[in-house]
Design a binder for this molecule. Sequence first.
Ligand code: NAD
Length: 250
Amino acid sequence: MFEDLKRKTVLITGASSGLGAGFAEIFARHGARLALAARRVEKLEALQRKLVDGGADVQVVALDVTDENSVEAAVNAVTPHIDILVNNAGVATFGRSLEISASDWDKTLDTNLRGLFLVAQAVARRMEREGTGGSIVNISSITALRASRGLAAYSASKAGASHLTKCLALDWAAHGIRVNALCPGYIETEMNAGFFETPEGLALIARTPMKKIGRISDLEGPLLLLASDAGRHITGIDLPVDGGHLVSSL
Ligand code: NAD
C-alpha cells in the first residue's frame, strides 16, 4: 500500500509547523521526495535537516500564499515535477461575528481560500503543461461542514475551500488531476496542546462521540488515501476525520 509514493514529489504548503510539518514526516516515512514551502524558511530548513538525516530527499521553497508572484516562483522552483500538492497553509481567526474586523476577514479569506486557490491553480497548470496529472489534497476542516460559534470567517473560508475542491475536481479531471478535501476535526499540535487541558477543551472532548482529541497520526491513513494511487478513483470529496464530532447529538 502507498508504494507509488516512493516515485513521487510532494509539495506541502505551511510545512513550517503543526500539521504541515507532521505531514512532511509522514510522506518522508513512505519514501516520497518532498518540497517544503512556507514563509519561515529557517524553520523549514531545520525540518529539512531532520528529514535528510533520516534519509529523505527534501527541498525548501519560500512561499507566501497571499502573493501570486511568490506562488508562481515557488511552484516553478520545485524539481523535478509535482505529483502531489498538500494545500495546508492556513490561519485561524476566532471572535464574535459582531466584532470581526474587515482586516481579520480579509486575512482569513486571503490565506485560506484565495491563497489555496492560487497554489492549486499554479500546480495544476504545471501538471497540465507537463502532462503528468496528479493529486491535490486541500486541508479544509469540519467547520466547512457544520456551524461553529465564534468561527464565522474561518468557517466561511473552509466552506469555500471545500466547495472549491469540488469545482476544481470537476474542471481538472480531464487532465488526470484529482482534487479532494481532508476535513480534520480538532487535532492536537504543539500550538494548541494546552487548550485541551482547559475546562473548555475538556468539554469539547466530552462532546465528541469518540471522547478523544485527534492526533496528527490519525490523519495519516486518510491523507495518504487521498494523496496516493490508493485513492485513484476518488475525486471531489470531503473526508472528515474527527472522532465522530460531526455526528455529535443535537
Ligand atoms: P499552524 O499555524 O501550525 O500551521 C499553519 C501553517 O500555515 C504555518 O506553517 C504557517 O506559517 C502557514 N501559513 C500561514 N499563512 C501563510 C501564508 N500566507 N503563506 C504561506 N504559509 C502560511 O496550524 P495547523 O493547526 O497546523 O493548521 C494547518 C492547516 O490545518 C490549516 O489550514 C488549518 O486551518 C487546518 N486545520 C487544522 C486543525 C487543527 O485542529 N490543528 C483542524 C482542522 C483544520
